[in-house]
Design a protein around this ligand. Structure first.
Ligand SMILES: Cc1cc2nc3c(=O)[nH]c(=O)nc-3n(C[C@H](O)[C@H](O)[C@H](O)COP(=O)(O)OP(=O)(O)OC[C@H]3O[C@@H](n4cnc5c(N)ncnc54)[C@H](O)[C@@H]3O)c2cc1C
Length: 305
């Protein structure tokens, strides 16, 4: 019986484990090894690690945790969870079972890219989700935004304001966009459908309906995210609706609606960012520790809040 099992051993999960390891609590981190930004050459905007490859940051972090004898890390995918606070059971894909008094969910979310050939191949390199993370590297270049929702207009306005004066919003004919305001802000509008993307080392060529193609340094888009079939979904944690998909509701100690279950990182917030994941992980680790010591002060978050 571990004190805590952390499901997901990336930025949020390892930080949560570190807090608990420093309290000499027995912790098992289980990680399927697919952090959300794994395709990026470098993670940006990360305190002390700007531009370093995600795998390198995480590798260094995993090594740091080896100093804590009560903390174990293993690979594997959690496919089933049972029990309750004080005695949870966690089952891996290969059938192995583990037990813990508390759980921390740090398994992130899954991006659902639009079904356009070529986008998946460029994801994290020439197909980007966030100006703060990767906009600086393409600033001043011709940039496209693919409107997968009305958030596309927001992204185009941001990029046009502070990253490039050559921003094209590809709308595919989406209704409800304020074309006049976007054009006034200097965003070029293209209502054709995006049919395919071809990436290469220096940019991306977009094939648009009607047979034309256009070249850009990068394409930005906001994919929908899902928690389907995740541990949070198996447990039935209460969710909130974010602009790109659902996320787990948490209280100020990172507690979820399920007693004894905590959540941190992308699984529990609408805006993905490594610094936030570190902060959330620290909160979940200390909140979970408080729950082990003083269970009466950590009450589950209300589903309706
Ligand atoms: C393409 C891209 C580039 C990005 N670039 C940046 C950037 O430059 N800077 C920045 O600050 N942010 C960036 N982000 C956001 C950043 O990647 C996330 O905010 C961050 O990874 C969230 O950390 P996390 O620990 O919550 O989840 P993740 O990093 O997604 O890690 C979740 C971990 O849980 C594991 N897992 C999932 N399900 C299970 C299961 N059932 N059992 C066991 N393990 C499981 C996964 O395999 C994964 O290892 C980027 C995002 C994307 C999509």
């Amino acid at each position: 019986m571990y004190d805590v099992i952390v499901i997901g051993g990336s930025f949020a999960g390892l930080t949560a484990a570190l807090q608990l390891g420093r309290a000499s609590r027995s912790v098992l981190v289980i990680d399927a090894g697919l952090p959300r930004n794994r395709t990026s050459a470098g993670a940006h905007g990360v305190a002390g690690w700007d531009g370093i490859a995600p795998a390198e940051i995480l590798g260094r972090f995993r090594d740091d945790l080896k100093a804590y004898p009560h903390l174990s890390q293993r690979g594997g995918k959690v496919t089933a969870i049972g029990g309750q606070m004080g005695a949870f059971s966690v089952t891996l894909e290969n059938g192995e079972d583990f037990a813990a008094k508390r759980l921390i969910l740090a398994h992130g979310v899954r991006d659902i890219l639009p079904d356009v050939p070529g986008l998946a191949e460029g994801w994290g390199r020439q197909v980007l989700h966030c100006p703060y993370c990767h906009g600086y590297e393409v600033k001043g270049e011709p940039l496209a935004v693919f409107a997968t929702s009305h958030m596309g207009a927001h992204q185009a306005l941001m990029l046009r304001a502070d990253w490039s004066d050559r921003v094209t919003l590809i709308t595919g004919g989406m209704d409800g966009l304020d074309h006049a305001a976007l054009e006034l802000a200097g965003v070029q509008m293209d209502s054709r459908a995006l049919e395919a993307a071809q990436i290469d080392e220096s940019g991306i060529t977009l094939s648009l309906s009607g047979g034309d193609s256009q070249r850009f340094a990068a394409l930005f888009l906001g994919p929908r995210t899902t928690l389907a079939e995740s541990p949070a979904a198996h447990l039935g944690c209460a969710l909130s609706d974010g602009p790109m998909g659902p996320f787990v509701k948490v209280g100020p100690m990172a507690q979820t609606s399920i007693p004894g279950v905590f959540a941190a990182g992308d699984v529990a917030r609408p805006m993905p960012n490594i610094n936030f994941a570190f902060a959330d992980g620290a909160q979940a680790g200390s909140g979970c520790h408080a729950s082990l010591l003083f269970p009466e002060i950590v009450t589950p978050v209300e589903a309706a809040q």
